[in-house]
Design a protein around this ligand. Structure first.
Ligand SMILES: [Zn+2]
Length: 208
C-alpha cells in the first residue's frame, strides 16, 4: 500500500479516513492529502482494485445485486446438494433393506449340522440367542437340538450366575457339543432352563 508504514494507515482510520470495502479488501484513502504524488498513487491503487473486482465478477463491478445473486446461486446449489444427498441416503437404505431381507431369508432356511459327522443338530428357528459365550468362544442358545445324549448334572458358576448344567453329546459321533441348562438360580436366567448351548466351532451352517 503505497510504500508507507502500516502505522500511517491506522492513523488514517483514526483521522476519519475514507474506507472502501470490496471483496475481501479494504482500500484506505488519505482524503486530506494535498501532495499530488500521493494523490496519484492513491488513484492508481484504487483503479487497480476496481479492475481486480471487475475481473473477478466477469465485467460487472461488485454490487449488492450481484451479491444477492451469488447468495441465491449458493443457496440453490446447497439445496441441490442436500437433495442429492437425501436421494443417495434413500437408495442406500433400500439397498440395505433388501440385503437384510435376503440375509434373513437365507438364515431362515438353514440348519446347523455337526462339524464332525455332518448330521442335523438344530435349525435356525430354534435359535434363541446368537450372542452366547461358551468356554471356548462364541456359542448359540437353542430351544431344541436333535440326536444328542444328555450327560450327568453338574453345578457350575458361569459368568452370569449359578446354574445346573449337563454336558450334551452327539449320539452318532460322541462329540461333546456343549451343555444343556437344567436349572438356573437367578430369576433373570430362568429362560435358559431346558435350553442348549452349542459352541460355534462344533456346528456348521447348512444352507441346503
Ligand atoms: Zn456329529
Amino acid at each position: 500500500m503505497g510504500g508507507s508504514p502500516v502505522s500511517d494507515y491506522w492513523e488514517f482510520i483514526a483521522n476519519d479516513a475514507q474506507t472502501l470495502h470490496m471483496i475481501g479488501c479494504i482500500v484506505l484513502f488519505d482524503n486530506k492529502t494535498e501532495e499530488p504524488a500521493k494523490k496519484a498513487e492513491q488513484l492508481r491503487e484504487f483503479l487497480f482494485h476496481v479492475n481486480m473486482v471487475v475481473q473477478m465478477t466477469g465485467g460487472k463491478p461488485y454490487t449488492r445485486e450481484l451479491f444477492e445473486e451469488v447468495k441465491k446461486m449458493k443457496l440453490h446449489n446447497d439445496s441441490l446438494e442436500s437433495e442429492a444427498e437425501s436421494k443417495i441416503r434413500e437408495l442406500k437404505d433400500s439397498l440395505e433393506k433388501v440385503q437384510r431381507e435376503t440375509e434373513e431369508l437365507t438364515v431362515k432356511h438353514h440348519s446347523y449340522i455337526c462339524y464332525k459327522c455332518q448330521r442335523h443338530v438344530s435349525s435356525h428357528e430354534d435359535t434363541i440367542s446368537t450372542k452366547f459365550q461358551s468356554k471356548k468362544g462364541k456359542a448359540f442358545l437353542f430351544a431344541h437340538v436333535r440326536n444328542v445324549v444328555v450327560g450327568t448334572n453338574e453345578e457350575k458358576h458361569l459368568t452370569t450366575s449359578l446354574h445346573t448344567i449337563d454336558d450334551i453329546y452327539r449320539v452318532d459321533c460322541n462329540e461333546v457339543l456343549d451343555w444343556k441348562y437344567e436349572q438356573a438360580v437367578e430369576p433373570s436366567q430362568k429362560y435358559k432352563e431346558g435350553k442348549f448351548v452349542l459352541e460355534l466351532c462344533k456346528i456348521v451352517k447348512d444352507n441346503r
